[in-house]
Every structure is written in C-alpha cells, then in structure tokens.
Design a protein around this ligand. Sequence first.
Ligand SMILES: [Zn+2]
Length: 298
Amino acid sequence: MDAWLWISLAALACAAPLLYPRWTLRRALARPLPPEALAILERNVGPYRSMEPALREQLRQLVKRFLHRKKFVGCEGLEIDDEMRYTIAGQACLLLLNRPSKVYRALHTILVYPGAFLVPRQEVGPGGVVTAGKHTLLGESWDDGRVVLSWDDALRGARDWREGQNVVLHEFAHQLDSESGHGNGAPYLGSHENYRNWSAVLSRDFANLRHDAYYGRQDGVIDHYGATSPAEFFAVATETFFGKPWQMAERHAALYDELRKYYRVDPREWQAAPPAEAVEAPVFMAPSGQRSFAVASW
Ligand SMILES: [Zn+2]
C-alpha cells in the first residue's frame, strides 16, 4: 500500500509541470474579461465594436490566451498597466482570428518604451567604412521571441485607426512572417499553390511600390516604407489592410484579396466605406534626393 502511494505521488510530481500550466490556462479562459478590459478593447482596438458577437468572443479568448502566456516588461521606468496590456494584446490578436494557429508560439516578451526609443546600429558606408550610430525606432520584432514597442505610437495607431499606420499590427505581422522560418514577406501559407499566388501578387505590388517610392509617386494607400524589403512590404500592407481596407481593395484589389485569404477576415465589414474623395488621386512629388533600393526577391 505504501509503495503504491509513493508511486502515485511520484507520478503526480512528474505530471504536475505539464498539467499545471494547462489548468491555469483553462481557468483564465473560463473567467470573463472585466468591464474595464472590455472598455479598453472598445476604445483602442478599432474594429472590435463593429464585429459580430461570435468574432468579438473569439478575440476576447485570444486576448486571454495572449495575456496568460506572454510577459510585458516596461522600459525606461514605464509601468505596465491594463490599458497597455489589453490595447497591445487586442491589436496583436486581430491577426489571428478564424485560424487554429497558436498565439505567437515563439513570442515570450513584449518590451514597452514610453515613446520612440534609440537603438545602436552599425552602417557600412562607401568604401566599406563601418560607422556606429543610433537609430530612433517605434517598434522592433525579433526572431528570438521579443517584440519592442513605443507606447505613445501604439496608442496613436489605436486612436487614428483609419490612418492605416499601426506599429502593433506591423511588428506582429513580422512575428507571423518569421514563424515560417525566414522573415521574407511570406508567412506560413500551407499549399504550394498558395505560395505561388502570394508570390505573384506581392512581388508585383512590391515592385510597383518601389517604383513609386523612387519616383515620388504617392497614392496615399500603402506607405513607401513598405518599399524597403519584402518583409517590410508585408508588415506595411498588413497595417493598410486593417486600417484602410476600402482604399486598398480599390487600388490594390489582388493584394487585398491575398491578405483577406491569409487573415481570414474582411475588414471592410467593420468600416463604412469612406467618401469618394477620401481615395485620393495619385500625385507625383519631387524625389527627395537620390534613393536606391536593394534588389530583393520573394
Ligand atoms: Zn518592420
């Protein structure tokens, strides 16, 4: 009898590290979000209020999973509060709706600065001369499981949702991109056919944006920062898809369709169509100095 008791206790001790996290997650998922959290989602996650109830519930469950698994760290003395946690989690989880995927499986920590932050960078200049400098960033996404965000800018993107510039969506699109093994503008898509279609559409629109950026042509839909590389193009296109869905669908129909298939939502259902004049006619601006873009391929 004693032996069985000891064997049972030993088995329990071995299983506990596996069972306990599942038990705590189940408990967290079963608890409804407090009213303050719902108010934050309504205030700071643009489409939340316009979603149908089932999708809202799905987003709330994803947010609970996200907050249960991921750690927030305040930088430069910033104290992380619920407004930050629910705003960032709510926006990040918009990218995961209607999919059976894990909640950013490689991600473990979100570092939040009060505003734009400085990072050291080395640059190689003419003649191979390496210079050290500092760059000001609004966000960063790392393959080792970290996302870094400026809170000021995360909040600005939340409040000005229809501007289509959102650092949280941008950095979490990079996370999805890197889950496929390489941050190259092609997240995990499943079939060869999906990759073929994605590559054909995004390569063409990327090349067009690089051309427009070089010649200073601005159509007011996709920001020229997306011309930097295929990975940046996917991240910027994601911001545009959620923030300016009508404009993107009109000017970049095939790209919109690829993103709609990938994200499994149609953000036009959450926004009234803008007045006709809001879809600006393309304008040409004088190129700001000589710019060149490295050759990149999907
Ligand atoms: Zn980026």
